[in-house]
Design a protein around this ligand. Structure first.
Ligand SMILES: [Zn+2]
Length: 382
């Protein structure tokens, strides 16, 4: 499937989500390819297969020259970041092997010719780890799709995004055919397994269809009990009260509840497992693939006001992604990090992070995204 078709699939999948109340949109230009899609195009999309372009994770090649300038990764400590000092290390999991499946490609063009602001991004030797751009991770979860399926987070409808006016997303989606096995992301106890037709887990009944909720044997950095939620299952294969271990099969992918195409909707909740407003960004909890890292940050104006739905471009020599900041305050930032966007599944590399509004570049910075950890960037618009 081409990237465009994949994007169409995501549009379809998201299309049946109820619209959210109007958020304050960030007034900026969206890349033209994220614009309207014709009905005929939508009708031809088939949301089942996941043939994705082959991509081998690549680390930057060893430089044979000395860069004429040093990428600037300016320390940007904040009050929120210093709070990480009190965290105890939780990275006891070994890195996940690189899968045979491939990353979901960006739905937007990566051809440099399509990018009016194109500038070459160097791929120099990685700099030594810079503590100022690293935050204390809590990668306690493994991927919830069995080997052979797609464990990549669908980028077109990331946590906190509204994909252009849909329900703000309280989890992440992994697009897989009906019947793909779903695995427990960590050890724990099943606290709910079945339909949500008579119990409220989302903004309405029968929202997640058949779902499983697991309480895990660890707490969040702020001391809350942690739960994972697996929605839209075709079939649930565990029972309430059952103990499960990480990697145990708990059901299979489906499209039950409010979902058009089959996919796994995956959530992390902290505190009250029944509260739709207790979610956290799963990409800050799922251990990255070997050689991959996570970029997280916060976009504010000069006065420190958090900006909603601000469009970012994150570009390396290999790929370009277009994340947006959280669409409104209905989704929680991590209480330790205080982020308003997260972009996971990035091969370790240099990335140019930029924000352009009405053709004017309001932020641009070169960041090295380190493997197997989260790299932080503060984005304050000029
Ligand atoms: Zn979802």
């Amino acid at each position: 499937m081409t990237r465009i078709k994949y994007f169409l699939v995501m549009l379809i999948m998201a299309a049946c989500q109820p619209a959210s109340p109007a958020a304050t949109p960030f007034a900026a230009t969206i890349p033209p390819s994220q614009g309207a899609v014709s009905a005929a195009q939508v009708a031809t999309a088939v949301p089942t297969a996941n043939p994705l372009p082959s991509r081998t994770p690549t680390l930057p090649p060893t430089a044979t020259f000395t860069p004429s300038r040093t990428p600037t990764i300016t320390p940007s400590p904040t009050a929120t970041l210093t709070a990480t000092d009190t965290l105890t290390p939780t990275n006891t999991l070994s890195p996940t092997p690189v899968p045979t499946s491939t990353p979901i490609a960006s739905a937007t063009p990566t051809n440099p010719a399509d990018d009016p602001n194109n500038t070459p991004v160097p791929t120099w030797t990685p700099p030594p780890p810079d503590p100022s751009v690293q935050i204390a991770d809590h990668y306690m979860l493994r991927r919830p799709i069995a080997d052979g399926g797609a464990n990549w987070v669908a980028r077109t409808y990331a946590y906190g995004s509204n994909s252009g006016g849909l329900q703000v997303h309280h989890g992440v989606d992994m697009v897989n055919p009906t019947g793909t096995p779903i695995l427990a992301a960590a050890d724990g106890t099943v606290i709910y397994a079945g339909s949500d037709s008579g119990v409220m887990y989302g903004p309405q009944n029968s929202y997640y269809g058949n779902l499983v909720v697991i309480q895990h044997n660890f707490s969040s950095p702020d001391g809350q009990p942690v739960f994972t939620l697996y929605g839209h299952m075709d079939r649930v294969e565990v029972q309430t009260g059952q103990q499960v271990s990480q990697g145990d099969r708990i059901g299979v992918v489906g499209g039950t509840g409010v979902a058009f195409g089959p996919h796994l909707h995956f959530e992390v909740r902290a505190g009250d497992p029944g509260s739709f407003s207790a979610t956290r960004n799963p990409e800050l909890w799922i251990y990255p693939y070997r050689g991959y890292g996570t970029l997280a940050g916060r976009v504010t104006d000069a006065a420190g006001t958090v900006l909603y739905s601000a469009p970012l471009q994150v570009k390396s020599s290999e790929l370009t992604r277009y994340p947006t900041t959280y669409a409104d305050s209905s989704v929680n930032p991590d209480p330790v990090f205080g982020e308003n966007f997260v972009l996971g599944d990035l091969p370790a590399n240099y990335y140019e992070v930029s924000l352009t509004e009405n053709g004017r570049v309001r932020f641009r910075k070169l960041i090295y995204v380190y493997p197997n950890r989260t790299t932080w960037v503060d984005i304050v618009l000029n």
